[in-house]
Design a protein around this ligand. Structure first.
Ligand code: FES
Length: 132
């Protein structure tokens, strides 16, 4: 990712092309996988955000072939968004501090001082249910 994107905190992960792929109610965020092709491949990710969601969420189809969800807010100052690291089983802040975490949320490097708390996620193969 280029330095200008980092300075301005422009993340690589996009919102899903089909905004109808997710719903939120009663603390549960549901993502329909057939409507979210961005998650079909390892390394794919979407960011979910909006007034109906209590917090921004990053959903990743990990290099371990499992799905992972995180509050999409770096724990370092600035609270920038995070992205999956291409080809690696890590996630990284989009800002210049490059705070990097593993899928358990453990801080590996960068400016942050605290780990990330992953969100509980269940998958039945057709949808994801994330506790937000
Ligand atoms: S805001 Fe993420 S590393 Fe600084």
């Amino acid at each position: 990712m280029g330095i200008f994107k980092r300075i301005f905190g422009i993340c690589a992960t996009q919102v899903p092309a089909n905004s109808g792929c997710w719903t939120y109610a009663g603390g549960k965020l549901e993502v329909l996988l057939d409507k979210a092709p961005e998650l079909s491949q390892k390394g794919g990710a979407i960011r979910l955000e909006g007034p109906s969601l209590p917090k921004r969420v990053l959903v990743v189809h990990g290099q371990d072939d499992a799905f992972h969800a995180f509050p999409n807010r770096c724990t370092h100052l600035g609270h920038r968004r995070i992205d999956p690291v291409p080809g690696d089983d890590k996630i990284r802040c989009c800002s210049v501090g490059k705070s990097t975490f593993d899928y358990s949320g453990k801080l590996l490097s960068g400016s942050a001082k605290e780990s990330l708390e992953p969100l509980a996620l269940e998958s039945d193969g057709s949808k994801l249910v994330i506790t937000v």
